[in-house]
Design a protein around this ligand. Sequence first.
Ligand code: SAM
Ligand code: SF4
Length: 433
Amino acid sequence: MGILPGGGGGHTNGGRAHWEQMSTVLPLLPATGLPAGSPGPDRLPESAREHLATTPFGLYVHVPFCATRCGYCDFNTYTSDELGPGANRAEYAGTAIAELRRAAKTLGPELPTVSTVFVGGGTPTLLPADDLAAVLAEIHRLFPVAEDVEVTTEANPETVDGGYLTRLREAGFTRVSLGMQSAAEHVLAVLDRRHTPGRAVQAAHEARAAGFEHVNLDLIYGTPGESDADWAASLDAVLASPVDHVSAYALIVEEGTRLARRISRGELPMPDDDVLADRYEQADATLGKGGFAWYEVSNWATSDAARCRHNELYWANANWWGVGPGAHSHVGGLRWWNVKHPAAYADRLTAGLSPAQEAELLDDDDRALETIMLGLRLREGLPLSSLSLTGRGRADDAVRTGLLDPSAHVAGRAVLTDRGRLLADAVIRDLTD
Ligand SMILES: C[S@@+](CC[C@H](N)C(=O)[O-])C[C@H]1O[C@@H](n2cnc3c(N)ncnc32)[C@H](O)[C@@H]1O
Ligand code: SF4
């Protein structure tokens, strides 16, 4: 999955936790948009523009629609088809294109080359394939695009078929990320998923047949009622499928979701931390034997070429523009996020205004901290020299307690051990305190 916007926090998941921990000073601005004159996408400070040409640049396009809401999900998504002018499914591609045009105007005249595009959601594949193709065509018209550009779309397994995927491949999409979650019927039922067991793997075959070289399956572990055998069956199903990438996330019980309410009423048990740790170890061992190597705490790929370059761009703290309601952007230390509701988002664009709601200019210390928090989750880890003096002392302790790799430490890098990966968030907190 794309880690933004949102994506689960805690245990072994990155994404949202990162944003929440990072905020130093968030100016509280009206929910309707940035006041005139404040730094934001319409007024990129010179410091933010400085390395635009030399920093990898990606585009994220959020599609805020789902057929139904899964009980565990608190992403910015809506099930109604009627959200007002510009925000309806039928008009949405045009509205997103309006923001892309603003982005090109703001970033120009010397535009950065787009190295990755990620269409996420919500359920992007609820839109006709021609609409996703039109968004991508407009990106090509507006921006210089790298010859080897990676273009991913997320897809719910029940929303695609061979014809749909072929149309996307022809339009220039290079990667599909399918939300499989589990191979067990009763687990899919607890998660409120609409697809049947087997459908995700079948869709992966269809994606390969349509010419996609890169296909990902998303899994969730620790769902109430999931047994060791269920999880083993999900992993085996992934290994038997023609994919080159797997993301596996611990189920996060997000406040305000149906799942959280069911747990607080006692209808379902809370996922247990020890079980989550066991599941993670089981995943890493099984995927490892099956030819998948971890390259970020929650992500495994069959080769370096199979890694998700768009997520790598986030983790490297590079530049990206997030299009769509609630989407986050980062350009050279300026971070902003759009108004959340699709109707408010469309209204602002129609009125010729930026859809940005709040912005934050990070200083060098904030950016260094972010780089550590993201870098430590990667297989390559990060140079010990990027840690503070206290952090380096804590890294020595973490080597002694088996959380950081001793040989990497001798070579001057902080790299998580297998046990360290289980406690990644705690190690990161310790090294950055
Ligand atoms: C938000 S969905 C968007 C893509 C698509 N609609 C789908 O469901 O596959 C992307 C991924 O986020 C993960 N996710 C969402 N909410 C989560 C939660 N509460 N805990 C763990 N993973 C979650 C799921 O693995 C899902 O595949
Ligand atoms: S389909 Fe995906 S985005 Fe939509 S509610 Fe379910 S998990 Fe969330």
